[in-house]
Design a protein around this ligand. Sequence first.
Ligand SMILES: NC(=O)c1ccc[n+]([C@@H]2O[C@H](COP(=O)([O-])OP(=O)(O)OC[C@H]3O[C@@H](n4cnc5c(N)ncnc54)[C@H](OP(=O)(O)O)[C@@H]3O)[C@@H](O)[C@H]2O)c1
Length: 250
Amino acid sequence: MVEEVGEEVDGFEKGQRGFRRDRSEFRRQRGVSLSPRGRAGDDHSSNLTEEEAAPICDGALTSYNFLKVIGNIQSGQKVLINGASGSLGSAAVQLAHHFGAEVTGVCGPSNLDWVRSLGADKVIDYSREDFTRTGQTYDLIYDTVGKSSYGNCKGALSEKGAYLSPVLSMPLLFQMLWTSKFGSKKAKFSATGLKPVPELRILLQELLKVFEAGKIKTEIDRRYPLDQTAEAHRHIDTGHKRGNVVLVME
Ligand SMILES: NC(=O)c1ccc[n+]([C@@H]2O[C@H](COP(=O)([O-])OP(=O)(O)OC[C@H]3O[C@@H](n4cnc5c(N)ncnc54)[C@H](OP(=O)(O)O)[C@@H]3O)[C@@H](O)[C@H]2O)c1
């Protein structure tokens, strides 16, 4: 909530509720979303509780950027989401389904049914099957957890397919530069939070319309009070959170 407005600030009013993304805070609180109890009351998020609204600028906004802007997702495309049960992944499955793609979700054995319920047409258990070796090809492979690589996925990409990953590595950086000049298959990365604020604001407004239309919802795995932040991080560090983890400020 906006508590004070300085003289040179416009576009905000005292008492207004809305989204805030603080880069330094996000570095410290990776994977955790802060949520004061109550309801989000600004124009764009009136049907969301603050617990539902808090994680949107992480998982859902990142996946919206990757699928819509970086991947230029189109209806009818075959799209594979690796890490489909995580924060970025659970949003990506819902968004790709919303955009009319044929969605394959890759996750662990305990989350297969859940990922299907989010909108995946097919699911693959990564502990039993390597999605790069099924013979199937995809227009987009969105590796939300960076557990695979462009090199591994190249054979599973369609002729003009793209491997997208939010997890930066030196090989990905090199492959991104290389494929931007040569070949029809592409490797792509984006640091969503570093995009210019006016661009992020437009993306967020578009995304909120998808939330308001009920086409996507925030999947919350666990809620922790602020004084249990360390516990929250311990759960995240298992690498198996299901959707999002929220810190609740009373
Ligand atoms: N570039 C950007 O703009 C940007 C923005 C935000 C986040 N990120 C990065 O994106 C990454 C993902 O974040 P997140 O919060 O979505 O992660 P997360 O929620 O912690 O991911 C957990 C999920 O990973 C799955 N998983 C674990 N091992 C796997 C494997 N071998 N294959 C496939 N899935 C596996 C787990 O599935 P099961 O439990 O079903 O096994 C679990 O659901 C992080 O590295 C984060 O730093 C980047």
